[in-house]
Design a binder for this molecule. Sequence first.
Ligand SMILES: Nc1ncnc2c1ncn2[C@@H]1O[C@H](COP(=O)(O)OP(=O)(O)OP(=O)(O)O)[C@@H](O)[C@H]1O
Length: 257
Amino acid sequence: MSPVITLRDISVNKRLANITLDINKGDCVHILGPNGAGKSTLLSIMAGVLETEHGEASLLEQSLQQWPLGALATFRTLLAQQSEAVFAVSVKEYLSFFTSEPTFELPSLLEATLEVTGFLQTPLNRLSGGERQRVEICRALLQVWPAIKRGEALLLLDEPLQGVDIRHQYALMALFETLCNKGNTLVLSSHDISLSANYSYKVLLMKLGTNVSFGLTESVLSVKNLEQTFDCHFAVNKRDDFLDIQVCAPIVLNQMW
Ligand SMILES: Nc1ncnc2c1ncn2[C@@H]1O[C@H](COP(=O)(O)OP(=O)(O)OP(=O)(O)O)[C@@H](O)[C@H]1O
């Protein structure tokens, strides 16, 4: 089967350099890397909202530049990093914009994971940061829910765990795993290496706009690759099925006082 996303030698002015990789149907890929590594830029390229300067980015074997936005929106969704909520509309009204159903009904799988029913009547600009993020994830998934049910969606999520409490983080990881098992394709960025180590099939490590390593999670998250990417020391241990990643010797500040 041909890949869902094909990137060939992608470069964007000082932001991405010579990225080549394939994302396959049903993949659950986590992008990890320091601030400014190019994770959001790469997700924007994959979503077709940012043009490449050099190289070719394709979705289902068609150049991303040639996909009509209306067609993309039926199966590809992008969760961007959060911006300030300016709308005073209720959460229910806001979510209703993103569903094609005549009456608003939250799929039970989404409610079980994101628990947004309690604030459906609350104005969007009165939510806490984490509540707002849960609504935004709900919005992103609702937009392509019919495609998700068919196992044909492409979910591109930029730091979906940002601001989300620990219980909902684990619920989300389980949801993403379930969606990928149904054939949906997911690419997300994160700063939580430990969670990604245990909830992704594949990892892309990025640094300074380049691909440090891409492949199956366990082989990519080696001490060597992690140290090269993040410039700090790591210990990686495998216990049964659990990949335990510790950061050793963090930056010492006391000598600077
Ligand atoms: N709109 C923009 N125009 C020009 N340069 C940008 C723009 N947005 C980001 N950059 C630059 O591109 C580089 C990559 O940024 P990007 O947001 O992709 O990194 P990131 O890995 O997602 O970082 P973070 O972990 O901090 O979210 C950074 O050097 C950044 O300053």
